[in-house]
Design a protein around this ligand. Sequence first.
Ligand SMILES: [Zn+2]
Length: 106
Amino acid sequence: MEIQTIFVLLVCFGMYAAICGAVGGVILTKQNRVVTGWLLGLLLGPLGWLIALVMADKKRAAIRQKTISRKRKKKCPDCAELVLAEARKCRFCGYEFSPKEQDMED
Ligand SMILES: [Zn+2]
């Protein structure tokens, strides 16, 4: 193999690595896992992007779930039990929430 061929192959691989890695990194940027995405893209190419997309989606779903569960319950100031955020009355002790407390998160 000529040295020029090797050089061209190296440049091509470098470009491939940069592009695949960058795409993987971009996919997981919002999840703060740029390096993971970059490695996935670099090592697995388009397959790695798919894995990164699935990972990003799972993370998004987890965040969404967390937000919902955090919003849907509040702590009763009387008995410290968790009750639904929409509740006007504590189901454990019968404490009645004021309208302000009904909007309160957590
Ligand atoms: Zn209570």
